[in-house]
Each structure stands twice: as C-alpha cells, then as structure tokens.
Ligand binder design. Sequence first.
Ligand SMILES: [Zn+2]
Length: 353
Amino acid sequence: MPVLTRLVPSPLFVEIRSGALDALGGILADQRLSASGRIAVAISNGSGAAMRRRLEPALPGADWYNVDDGSLDSAVRLAESMRGGHYDAIVGLGGGKIIDAAKYAAARVGLPLVAVATNLAHDGICSPVSTLDNDAGRGSYGVPSPIGIIVDLDVIRQAPARFVAAGIGDVVSNISACADWELSHAVTGEPVDGLAIAMARSAGENLLRHPGNTQDQDLLTALAEALVLSGIAMNIAGSSRPSSGACHEICHALDVLYPKRSAQHGEQVGLGAAFASFLRGERELTGLIVERLASHGLPVTAAQIGFTEAEFTEAVHYAPNTRPGRFTILEHLDLSPSAIRDAYADYVQAVNS
Ligand SMILES: [Zn+2]
C-alpha cells in the first residue's frame, strides 16, 4: 500500500510560555541550533537596551545589533553589518518591525532566524513574509520562515495593549482571507489548499470567539498559537493566500495612499476583514467580527483610525492594485467608487445599529 504524505514546512521549535525569554540560551543549545553560542541578536534601538542588559550575561557569545526601524534600508544595513561574523543563527528580539528586519537580513546572509517576539501585533512572527517600509510606502518580501519561535507570555503581558490587540485583528482577518480564497476557487477555479485553510481559519475562529482580554494568559496563549498556525498555513500554501485577501489589499492600499498616516497593520486588516465580509453578504459574520474587534478596542470604521469616508472609498477602489493576480471579493464585484461609497455607508449604518 503506498503511503502518500507531504512534508509540512514548519519551525523546529515553538516555545510559548511564561519565562521562555530567560531560557533563550538553553533553548538554542538544546535545539542544536547554536552549541557554540555564536549568535547575532537584532534588537530595537530603544526598548532593546533593557532586554540586552537582562540577557547579555546569559549569552556571552552573542553580538548585539541595533535596528533603527522597520525599513528595507535598515534590514539591508543589518545584513551588511552581520556579514563575516561566523554566526550559527540570528535572533530577532523585539516587536514586528525588528523581527521583519531580522528575517530579511537572515535571508540575505543565509542563516536561520529565531524569532523572539516581545509583542503579538501581527502574524509575521512565523510567516515566510517580511514587511518593510520602502520608497513606495511598504513592501512584502518573501523570505524563509523563522526556524524557531519563542514567545514569553510574561513579556507579552507588559507590551502595550494596542500591540497585542492588533494581532487579534490580523488573525481574525484569516476568516475573511479564506472566504476570499474559496470565492476565487468557485469563480476562477483557483486551487485551494484545504490544510492551509483549516489551520488559518481555525486560528481566526478561535480568536473570533474567545471572550478573554489582552491581560488574560489563556487569550495570550491562544493568540500566540494562532499567529504561529497562520505562519505555517502560509508555508503550506506557498503564499500569504490563507491569511491575506481583500482585508489585506485594503490595508496595503491605506499604506500606499496615506503612508504617514496609516494605523497598525492588525488594526487596518481587521477593519478590512469586517468590510470585506459585509461585501460578501456575510452579515452574521460581519457582526461577530465587529463585536470582537470592538471588544479589544480595535477600530471598526475608517473614522476611528482617522480616515474620511472619501479616503477609505479611494483606498478600497485602489486595493486590487496592491496584489495583482489575487482574486477576492473586491476583484469579483469590481465596484465603482460611488458603489463603494454606498456600500461603506450601509456598512457603517449596520455597525452602528
Ligand atoms: Zn497580516
């Protein structure tokens, strides 16, 4: 009997628990990732200093690199400065911007990356995508996924609540992204991957229905696990498809059209997911998404993140340009600006009713 199977690309280890940070050196040695302790640690210029003071004594073989910001330039500079250091691995220690810059730099120098997340703002902690600011606003770059993920729940609890809530928006948007993928399958015949959808959607559904708040250990664990599953779903799919549909196209359009004003990724994609679900006619789901986002203080209207109806309309109209070839409810309906304005007015009315 032939045994047919497939290999699922996944991290070597995932440690989500209280106290994981102080075990970092031991984890790297136990996983045979760095027996010598020769690692490069990328940290933020600001809040990274306190982390460095705390961890430096336990990581004597580490070199520390400050990352200025989440720009492509910073990521390239980081790669250049680490070159020739003969490291076993790179550790990205910080929020989403640091991990994205470290992922990109690790890919450039051909070393494995361990992501040590200090907040849970988006699904980049485990995804094969690095999102960096560039001359055109913001770009997404394909990179290898992190080889290990460490989330210390004690550290996450001290992160600003806004940076944890945003991650819930990103995970919940999986539900809308998967619906867009299935729509494309029905309309265009695009193949779907049932395993990728199962992982991405389960992650989203869990957070959609989780009643906890961002100080709640159980919710933080669920969120960290959901972000990891989202990343693996993208690896299985070979693209960001299971976690990125119209929700993300709208977010990318806001980033491109209003680069200095855009809100957090997770805030924008959550709003995008609610509006995309409304456009697909999924009124009950829209209500559930809006209710959950609002319960975590996440925006559910454009006004709540400082955009006028006209600006949001323009972004939704522009959105399909941000991901050419990706078919979502936006490409399917191909709405005119006035039709988008009307639909958004109906959406706002439904949200407020
Ligand atoms: Zn996202």
